[in-house]
Design a protein around this ligand. Structure first.
Ligand code: AHR
Length: 653
């Protein structure tokens, strides 16, 4: 009886519009699996932009902890009550660490507390009752002063205070734990000399004890959890344009980001000064989140690492400075050494460094990107040399080459022509464009040459306004446009092996670029509608594409991609209705078997295409889960206006 009813509703749905809905019909050929999908197809792209690392994922709460910013007191201010008498100075004689030579000297006459205040990254976020680990390198110069470390709220309430004492004439590490009595997003850290004396201080640090996996000096747990929930197949890092640097001496150099954090030299972040309309003069890279931590993060969240290396060119949007061809070997050597760092035995130089940092097992690196958004002959010349050396030494490593910043301009065509001739493995295409571009290009890969390089759609996002505009919003319309496009990527999963949205994080108080996948403040984070689109695809991948015959019968902007999961015998449909009316569709899972033993729907939509999430309503636009009462492989389903629906079926014969 149930089966009969399902059949009747299937037929009716093909003929009738439900409540004004438009009609569509689709047949999924469940017994004809086509292209094998990359199980790691849907990934993430992390770049230190929008305070993504320092002030974001890297949980350090003190800005400029080593006094290495060019303005060495940036982030710090003097605290000198009226009775206090003292002096602050920045010095570099006999430093704690030669790689980060500057430190702070506090001389106090002891008439009152005297010292400095750190403002954090747009404030310091602390939770009531949680533990915060303070540490610093301290050297006594003279006197017998103690040190007071205090957390204050933005309106001047003391949240906790601890005292350190017994300092030596040599640099020594000192630590204490603070337990703020209230939750505060914009706290300040006071470091005050108590009594008469002179102290030298460096690497002044405050970390929540509760980091991701409670690792000391680790990553913000809520932010990593958001990444883990995506179940990303891979992670591309560390950029983006910061790989290139505005000039070559400001490029990202992975070797300077490993080992003890105090030995990692601070570097200006190119997003500090890139946009005149969004200047961020206090944006520097501490590299506390460096390459070892990136590899560890990938391992933690089950993502394959995809490091991107500088190819010998500074950002071609900036200076475009070119490393001389005869000097390129140093850049290529960095790539060879990185492979050894990630995969080499512990008795090799770089494998040994990995082991010394705590990871004797290899990180299982399988891919490296040569360059970010690079183009024209200077890039091709350099890529050619990288490829020749790396393929000889490490044929097991797949190389990702750049197609430049645009999905369809002369630079793109030039890159593809040359890289095809070079038999490149994978080409990284980027696209930031209006939602229409994404809706209109869902068939982009249908006719790509299957015998040439594979595609990595490495950076993309729909822009509600225009590229680089501060008015771009993470709204439902953009998310649905991306979802429509992703059905095209998945249908062409034999050619498009990987894809990642960009950028990943943005701090509401310190961003340069929008839209972004996840927004954070000092205490909270929320996923955008775009985040949920990524999650719905990455959590429901399938192992092979299934052919679909789709009759949209007038339904505008209606897209589908079907996959199967062989083992448990599942069929997964991702259906995008990008139109403004619901679509009532008849579906036929042909050749699948006789009975559907379970069916579920996950639906992402909202009342308006302009709807967004926020800290106050973090799940206003989030998928709704439901079980479907379907037993026959022929059935009807209504797809709401402006929606992405993932349907999952278990079939029994
Ligand atoms: O995602 C922001 C920037 O956009 C990246 O750094 C760059 O690769 C692209 O132009």
């Amino acid at each position: 009886m149930r089966r009969l009813l399902a059949k009747i509703s299937f037929v009716l749905a093909g003929l009738l519009a439900v409540g004004g809905a438009q009609g569509a019909s689709m047949t999924v050929q469940a017994d004809q699996p086509g292209a094998k999908l990359n199980p790691a197809m849907w990934g993430i792209f992390f770049e230190d932009i929008n305070l993504g690392a320092d002030g974001g994922l890297y949980a350090e709460l003190v800005k400029n902890r080593g006094f290495e910013f060019p303005d060495a007191m940036m982030g710090w201010s003097k605290l000198s009550p009226s009775k206090a008498r003292g002096k602050l100075s920045i010095r570099d004689d006999s430093p704690f660490n030669a790689a980060n030579p500057h430190y702070l000297r506090i001389e106090s006459q002891g008439k009152d507390l005297f010292g400095v205040v750190n403002e954090g990254f747009r404030g310091i976020g602390v939770q009531a009752g949680e533990a915060y680990n303070f540490s610093a390198q301290i050297r006594k110069v003279d006197g017998n002063a103690k040190l007071r470390v205090e957390l204050y709220s933005s309106d001047g309430e003391l949240l906790d205070t601890v005292r350190l004492e017994k300092f030596s004439g040599d640099w020594q590490s000192h630590a204490a734990v603070l337990h703020p009595k209230a939750t505060e997003a914009k706290a300040k850290l006071y470091v005050l000399v108590d009594g008469a004396g002179t102290l030298d201080l460096d690497m002044i640090s405050l970390f929540p004890a509760k980091t991701w996996k409670n690792r000391p000096g680790g990553l913000r747990a809520d932010m990593v959890q958001k990444l883990a929930d995506l179940k990303p197949g891979f992670m591309r890092f560390p950029g983006g344009c910061i790989v290139e640097g505005s000039e070559l001496d400001k490029r990202y150099q992975w070797k300077k980001t490993i080992g003890p954090v105090a030995e990692r030299p601070t570097l200006v972040n190119r997003w500090n000064y890139e946009f005149l309309h969004r200047p961020t003069p206090d944006y520097y890279q501490s590299f506390g989140l460096g390459f070892y931590e990136f590899f560890l993060l990938c391992e933690d969240i089950g993502a394959q690492p995809l490091p991107i290396l500088n190819c010998g060119l500074a950002c071609q949007f900036n200076s475009g400075e070119e490393c001389r061809m005869e000097d390129l070997n140093a850049y290529i050597q960095d790539a060879l050494d990185l492979i050894e760092f990630a995969n080499g035995p512990t008795n090799t130089v770089w494998g040994g460094k990995r082991a010394a940092m705590g990871h004797a097992e290899p990180f299982n690196l399988k891919m490296i990107g040569v360059g970010n958004e690079n183009w024209d002959q200077p890039y091709i010349e350099r890529y050619t040399k990288f490829q020749a050396v790396l393929k000889l030494a490490h044929p097991e490593i797949q190389l990702v080459a750049s197609a430049g910043p645009s999905p369809d301009d002369a630079r793109f065509e030039f890159a593809w022509t040359k890289l095809r001739e070079l038999h490149a493995d994978i080409i990284d295409e980027h696209c930031y464009a209006k939602p229409d571009w994404f809706f209109n290009n869902t068939h982009r890969y249908d006719n790509y040459d299957r015998n040439g390089p594979k595609v990595f759609f490495g950076e993309y996002a729909a822009q509600s306004d225009k590229i680089v505009s501060v008015k771009n919003r993470n709204n439902l319309e953009c998310a649905i446009a991306e979802a429509a496009y992703m059905t095209g990527l998945e249908r062409n999963g034999d050619e498009v092996r990987m894809a990642s949205y960009a950028p990943l994080f943005a701090n509401v108080d310190g961003w340069q670029w929008t839209p972004d996948l996840i927004w954070v403040d000092n205490l909270r984070s929320y996923g955008t509608p775009n985040y949920y689109v990524q999650k719905m695809f990455a959590n429901n991948p399938g192992d092979a594409v299934l052919p679909v015959t789709l009759d949209t019968a007038g339904a505008d902007r209606f897209y589908v991609s079907a996959t199967r999961v062989a083992g448990p015998g599942e069929i997964i449909l991702k259906v995008v209705n990008g139109g403004n009316s619901p679509v009532s569709a008849s579906l036929n899972l042909a050749g699948a078997g006789k009975t559907i033993s379970s069916a579920s729907a996950s639906t992402l939509t909202s009342g308006s295409v302009k709807d967004e999430n926020s800290f106050d309503a973090p799940e206003k636009v989030a998928p709704q889960e439901s079980r479907l009462e379907i037993t026959s492989p022929q059935f009807a389903h209504v797809f709401p206006a402006n929606s992405l629906t993932v349907l999952r079926f278990k079939i029994t014969n």
